[in-house]
Ligand binder design. Structure first.
Ligand code: 5GP
Length: 115
């Protein structure tokens, strides 16, 4: 895949408000938040889309991503009342950045009208 802005955020070449980091995962606030809490959780490994995932190869990384989502939700105080995880894939879902990412949204009751 070609590099995206998220690669520059991983390398700290452009600023972001980082809320979690380990050797495999980075989580940072979305620049254009759609909810009081809107964090992007990304693998440091460059994978463009959810359809590029291979279960055998990426199982550990996926587990790390979801563990990070739970950890961030807990630390930001939204785990108890609930939150939403979203992965957009491709044109019809409006995926803007071709680097796999999970949106973690919460901090208020969330509407449901993706259509
Ligand atoms: P997508 O539409 O691809 O699922 O989501 C991409 C997200 O990345 C959008 O919510 C957008 O606001 C966010 N985003 C795009 N560029 C940047 C950036 O430079 N910094 C941060 N923190 N978020 C970004």
């Amino acid at each position: 895949m070609s590099e995206t802005i998220f690669s520059k955020i991983i390398r700290k070449e452009i600023p972001a408000t980082i809320v979690f980091e380990n050797d495999k995962v980075l989580a940072f606030n979305d620049i254009n938040p759609k909810a009081p809490v809107h964090v992007l959780i990304i693998p440091k490994q460059e994978i463009a889309r959810v359809t590029d995932l291979k279960p055998a190869e990426h199982a550990e990384m996926l587990s790390e991503l979801f563990s990070a989502a739970n950890k961030v939700a807990e630390e930001l105080g939204i785990a108890k009342d609930g939150f939403r995880l979203v992965i957009n894939c491709g044109k019809n879902a409006g995926q803007e950045v071709e680097h796999l990412h999970i949106h973690l949204l919460g901090g208020k009751p969330l509407g449901w009208s993706p259509g």
